[in-house]
Design a protein around this ligand. Structure first.
Ligand code: HXC
Length: 260
């Protein structure tokens, strides 16, 4: 992996731990950090030794949003380009065939909440705080918060969060379905790794196709989604992993998957 100023990365036995590392600004996303993230995600996507990715933040924040000092002087054109950069970067997370888990250790505000929402699964520390405070700064979310939040928590709850801009805690995030699980701070990374290990026991290509089917299904009609699912099911029927998974069941042994 390349060298990054504002990111850390470590491959721990197939689990890629990506840490947003700009703690002096609570890991706020400036253009430099977003560009680095985009590049690192490309590297991760190409590396077959990384099976699952966990994204977390250094020190007390996950990510406290886009960088306000950079946005202060942005023109409309620059703002649009900045929004598109963040959206394209987060789409790399959503579209990557590998599962991505957000381990939310602290503030996940604005662009930080949007980053967490682009991940497949969210696990929060009891200390995590969420919110979309943009309207208090005179702006709207720009990294797909207005689109992913209602898809996760429903229209009414999303509008309340977006219109009030208020922060809420991890338990509330869990209650409304924004996070999958809340754990004590000291157990956060282990909880994310345990989840990753559970996923890694399964056929990786099948998991990747589940991800693709869920993502596509939320954007198309039920009929189109079902048709896609049937096609993917057909695809998995001719994989080595299907043969292995079903043979292992019949032979009462543990399956060893190869990812194809
Ligand atoms: C730039 C930030 C920042 C941000 C914190 N910092 N958030 N810098 N952009 N989003 C900096 C502070 O200025 C400060 O720098 C240092 O990090 C520590 O922050 P404090 O405020 O001293 O910490 P604390 O008192 O604990 O308060 C934490 C906080 C607060 C509640 C999270 O920092 C805060 O409200 N931050 C802004 C959150 C926000 O509005 N985010 C949404 C941004 S809009 P110094 O140099 O003083 O030590 C957005 C839009 C996305 O995300 C879409 C764009 C297209």
């Amino acid at each position: 992996m390349g060298e990054y100023k504002n990111l850390l990365f470590e491959n721990q036995d197939g689990i890629g731990i990506l840490t947003m590392n700009r703690p002096k600004a609570l890991n706020a996303l400036n253009t430099e950090t977003l560009s680095e993230l985009s590049q690192l995600l490309d590297e991760i996507a190409k590396d077959d030794s990384i099976k699952v990715v966990v994204i977390t933040g250094a020190e007390k924040a996950f990510v406290a949003g886009a960088d306000i000092t950079e946005m202060l002087h942005m023109t409309s054109a620059e703002g649009r380009a900045f929004g598109l950069l963040g959206q394209a970067t987060f789409n790399k997370i959503e579209n990557m065939p590998k599962p991505v888990i957000a381990a939310i250790n602290g503030f996940a505000l604005g662009g930080g909440c949007e980053l967490a929402m682009a991940c497949d699964i969210r696990i929060a520390s009891e200390k995590a705080k969420f919110g979309q405070p943009e309207v208090g700064l005179g702006i709207v979310p720009g990294f797909a918060g207005t689109q992913r939040l209602p898809r996760l928590v429903g229209k009414g709850r999303a509008k309340e969060i977006l219109f009030t801009g208020e922060m809420f805690d991890a338990q509330e995030a869990y209650r409304i379905g924004l996070v999958n699980k809340v754990v004590p701070p000291e157990e956060l990374m282990q909880a994310a790794k345990t989840m990753a290990q559970k996923i890694m026991k399964n056929a990786p290509y099948a998991v990747a196709l589940c991800k693709a089917a869920v993502n596509l299904g939320l954007d198309v009609s039920l009929d189109a989604g079902q048709d896609y699912e049937a096609t993917l099911f057909g695809v998995t029927c001719s994989t080595e992993d299907k043969k292995e998974g079903m043979s292992a069941f019949v032979e009462k042994r543990k399956a060893t998957f190869v990812g194809k």
